[in-house]
Design a protein around this ligand. Structure first.
Ligand code: UTP
Length: 476
């Protein structure tokens, strides 16, 4: 029978975690190997130190005395770089092959309640294209437009890795086998919130989960991706999350603002809808850009308005960023990774008698790293405002909920595409759904250049064919 190396059992015992081996004698060989593989991956020292931090944490609120709005370009600004200048610069970066895209898709999507990786969720209102396809098609649209190649880096986690790869394989990697790379993020075990003990979901299985989207940094670094990007001249990385089909992936203007301002990190933002908006606030603290979660900002502060009566802390974080590759590489080399946050969750786990117990109250601490902890490490950042309806239609919650659901996301897509068509001179009948494929036009700028736009749309319409006649592509 398989046995654990004595070094590991000693370590488990020294850390007071012997309960994980309570059923060891009753496990068969394959179960033992399962559990052993998980235990070998656990960084017991790190866990111990995080548990100590958790116990010693004080309730003291964050020092917000230096809080100020972020360095930003607002929609109404007559700013230092015009939109056109930024757009042209961004186009140049794309043409020159200097841009890559990172999509984090390792989450468990527990709120959505979809039994597959979230990226496989069909979101296209008429096309049923998946969340992955929304991003891939957008990238392909810009690739044809600028006769370029844009490498894509997809973060998965052990929970979704195999199924994500199988999906891409099944679809011939959507024609980009040579420029898509998957990297799997690490996991962290959950701890009992009262005792710091590891939680078991079965007698041969710890309760583990991906270590947050901030796990991206260590995963890219340890798998040599950041170094590779630098070697290949990919000096700018667009970062987006899988669950926002309107994410402005490769937006030339955003890339251009980033390059012209020489920022290490650029954030696309939208204005909050109200002081109680449930998004993180992008602010400046001690001259550094930080995100304050909505639960952390006192109401009085959130409600402060400026002379025009607008919210002073107006900028909402939608997790769309552009990074200098060198900045990511330097941070990854010079630190042990981003800090861990403690999230209280309700987790079904084995009780003392080895019975599966479903608590009703949060009983566990999940340990997660957040990508936004990178921001204060940047010496120079820029925040660029976009219209909410153009860049944000997240899919977070189950269809039965009220906001950030598949339905609200689909409505957002149709609403935006309808606006584009109407602004380009096409009349769209009320209550008709429209969807535009990025090869037809990747954004409004190109939609209005089409000479074959319909004058009228009377029924649901998915504008897909013929593809945009890209004026600068080599075959023209
Ligand atoms: P969320 O924080 O919304 O988490 O992730 P989630 O896993 O998708 O959904 P819930 O909270 O379980 O319902 C925001 C983005 O970060 C990615 C997700 O895939 C999504 O794109 N993410 C999150 C990771 O890649 N890894 C993680 O460990 C967590």
């Amino acid at each position: 029978m398989f046995e654990l190396p004595s070094q590991l059992t000693d370590q488990i015992s020294q850390c007071g975690q012997d309960h994980v081996l309570r059923s060891w004698d009753h496990l068969d060989d394959s179960q033992r190997k399962n559990l052993a593989a998980q235990l070998t991956d656990v960084n017991f020292e790190l866990l111990q130190s995080l548990w100590n931090q958790y116990k010693q944490r004080t309730k003291s609120e964050r020092d917000l005395s230096s809080i100020a709005p972020p360095n930003s370009i607002r929609l109404a600004d007559k700013e230092s770089y015009s939109y056109e200048e930024a757009h042209t610069k961004g186009e140049q970066l794309l043409r020159d092959g200097l841009v890559g895209v990172i999509i984090v898709a390792g989450g468990q999507g527990s709120r959505l309640g979809f039994n597959h990786p979230k990226g496989l969720y069909p979101i296209g209102p008429l096309s049923d294209r998946t969340l992955f396809q929304f991003i891939l098609d957008k990238i392909a649209g810009y690739e044809s437009l600028y006769a370029t190649r844009i490498p894509l880096f997809v973060m998965t986690s052990p929970t979704v890795h195999k199924e994500t790869i199988a999906y891409f394989q099944e679809h011939g990697y959507f024609g980009r086998e040579d420029r898509v790379q998957f990297f799997c993020q690490p996991t962290m075990p959950a701890l009992d919130a009262k005792t710091g003990k590891l939680l078991l979901q079965a007698s041969d299985c710890l309760f583990i989960s991906p270590n947050g989207h901030g796990g991206m940094l260590e995963a890219m670094q340890s798998q040599g991706i950041l170094y590779d990007c630098i070697q290949k001249g990919v000096d700018t990385l667009f970062y987006g999350q899988i669950d926002n089909p309107l994410s402005p992936t490769c937006s030339p203007a955003l890339l251009g603002y980033h390059a012209l301002s020489n920022s290490q990190a650029t954030l696309q933002t939208i204005a909050k809808q109200s002081a109680t908006d449930k998004t993180g606030s992008i602010v400046s603290l001690d001259g550094r850009t930080e995100i304050i979660e909505y639960s952390e900002i006192p109401t009085q502060l959130a409600e402060v308005t400026d002379q025009q009566g607008e919210l002073k802390f107006w900028a909402a974080n939608i997790a769309v960023h552009v990074f200098q590759t060198k900045f990511l590489h330097n941070v990854a080399r010079s630190s042990n990774g981003l800090p861990y946050h403690f999230a209280h969750k309700t987790v079904a786990c084995l009780d003392k008698n080895g019975m599966l117990h479903q608590p009703v109250e949060p009983n566990a601490i999940k340990l997660e790293r957040f990508i936004f902890d990178l921001l204060p490490l940047a010496e120079k950042t820029l925040t660029v405002e976009a219209k909410r309806e153009e860049v944000f239609a997240p899919v977070k919650n189950a269809p039965s909920e009220k906001f950030s659901t598949p339905l609200t996301s689909r409505q957002g897509i149709c609403r935006l595409h309808r606006q584009w068509l109407q602004a380009a001179g096409c009349s769209v009948a009320d209550n008709v759904r429209v969807e535009i494929h990025p090869q037809y036009a990747p954004d409004f700028r190109y939609l209005k250049q089409r000479s074959d736009l319909p004058l009228q749309i009377k029924d649901d319409a998915y504008l897909k064919d013929p593809p945009f006649n890209f004026p600068d592509s080599p075959e023209n």
